[in-house]
Design a protein around this ligand. Structure first.
Ligand code: GLA
Length: 318
C-alpha cells in the first residue's frame, strides 16, 4: 500500500487571547516545529498508531464511538478526528513531533490537523481546510473535554510560514499578514501545563454568563461592560472587549511596520490577561518581565490558554 506522509505545524499567538470562543479576533502564527504522521491504509477495520515519544500503541476500531476512553491519552485526539471524518478505512501510522508537548504551542491541534491531512491524502477525499479545522475543534472537545475556541486548529490548518493569520472567529474569515523582516518573534518556554482540568472552562462559563447579561461580547462596548454589577464578570468582560480592540490595533501596527506600537499592545494584553482575566501566574509574569529587559525587546506576553506554557516576545532584528 502507498505510504502517505503529512505534517502540521504548532502555533504561537501574537495577540488576542481568550477572545476566540466568543467570536472575537485573534492574531496567531504557525511555527517551524511540526507534527508528522506517516502511514498507510491496511485491510480490516483496526486503526493502529505508534508514537515516537511513547512505547504504548493506540489501537481502536475505525468506527470508534467513544474516543475519550482510549489509552494512551494522545490517541484520543487521533480517534476523535477519525470519528469526525467518518467512514475512514483502517490504517496504520506513526506519529512524531519536534513540538514541545503541553507547552501552550498547540501540540494537540497540530496532531488533529496532521491526522485530518493524513485521512484526506490517503483516501483522496475532499475536505476543505476550514471544515477540517472545525472538525478538529470538535475533536479537541471530545478528546480532552476542554471547550476551546477555533484559533489553534484554524491557524494550523490555513497558516503560512512567516505570516501571522488574522482570524475573525465569528465568521471564520482570515487574512495572512506578512511578518515584517525587521520583526523577530521569540517564544520562551516557561512551564508545562495542561488545560484539562484547568480554569479554562471556568473562563468560558464566565463569558457565557456575561453574554446572558449584555449580549455578544464581540459587539459589546465599554459602557455595556461598566453596566455589569458582578465585579469578576466585569473584569472578564473588560479583558475580552479591550483585547479585541488590541488585536485590530496590532493588525494596523503590523501593516505599518510599527513594531514599537505592536510591542506596547502585547504588554497591555499581558496586563489585561493577568489582572482582569487571571490566566497568568507569577512565573509567567516574571518571564515576561525578564524577556522585556533583554536588549531590543519591544513587547512580551503570555500566549495561548495560560496557566503556564510559553511567553511570546518581539524584538527588532538588527
Ligand atoms: C487555547 C485554546 C484556544 C484559545 C486560547 C486562548 O489555546 O485552545 O481556543 O481559547 O487557549 O486564547
Amino acid at each position: 500500500m502507498t505510504v502517505v506522509r503529512v505534517s502540521a505545524p504548532g502555533r504561537v499567538n501574537l495577540i488576542g487571547d481568550h477572545t476566540d470562543y466568543t467570536g472575537g479576533y485573534v492574531l496567531p502564527m504557525i511555527l517551524g516545529q511540526r507534527t508528522v504522521v506517516e502511514g498507510e491504509l491496511v485491510p480490516g477495520d483496526t486503526i493502529t498508531i505508534q508514537s515516537a515519544d511513547d512505547p504504548d500503541i493506540a489501537v481502536f476500531p475505525n468506527d470508534v464511538t467513544n474516543p475519550a476512553r482510549l489509552n494512551p491519552a494522545w490517541g484520543r485526539y487521533v480517534a476523535a478526528m477519525v470519528r469526525e471524518a467518518g467512514a475512514v478505512p483502517a490504517f496504520r501510522a506513526r506519529v512524531s513531533t519536534d513540538l514541545p508537548i503541553g507547552s501552550g504551542l498547540s501540540s494537540s491541534a497540530a496532531l488533529e490537523i496532521a491526522v485530518g491531512r493524513f485521512i484526506r491524502e490517503s483516501t483522496g477525499r475532499e475536505w476543505d481546510d476550514v471544515s477540517m479545522a472545525e472538525a478538529a475543534r470538535r475533536a479537541e472537545h471530545a478528546a480532552s473535554g476542554v471547550p476551546c475556541g477555533i484559533m489553534d486548529q484554524l491557524c494550523i490548518a490555513v497558516g503560512r510560514p512567516d505570516h501571522a493569520t488574522f482570524i475573525d472567529c465569528r465568521d471564520l474569515s482570515f487574512r495572512h499578514v506578512a511578518i515584517p523582516e525587521t520583526m523577530e518573534v521569540m517564544v520562551r518556554f516557561v512551564a508545562r501545563r495542561t488545560l484539562v482540568g484547568s480554569e479554562y472552562a471556568d473562563r468560558v462559563a464566565d463569558c457565557r454568563a456575561i453574554e446572558a447579561l449584555i449580549g455578544p461580547l464581540r459587539d459589546a462596548d465599554p459602557a455595556a461592560v461598566d453596566s455589569i454589577a458582578d465585579e469578576r464578570l466585569r473584569r472578564r468582560a473588560r479583558h475580552v472587549v479591550s483585547e479585541n480592540l488590541r488585536v485590530l490595533a496590532s493588525l494596523d501596527a503590523l501593516y505599518d511596520g510599527d513594531l514599537a506600537a505592536f510591542g506596547r499592545l502585547m504588554v497591555d494584553s499581558h496586563r489585561s490577561l493577568a489582572r482582569d482575566y487571571e490566566t497568568s501566574n507569577p512565573r509567567m509574569d516574571a518571564a515576561v518581565e525578564e524577556v522585556m529587559n533583554e536588549r531590543g525587546v519591544l513587547g512580551a506576553r503570555m500566549t495561548g490558554g495560560g496557566f503556564g506554557g510559553c511567553v511570546v516576545a518581539i524584538r527588532r532584528r538588527t
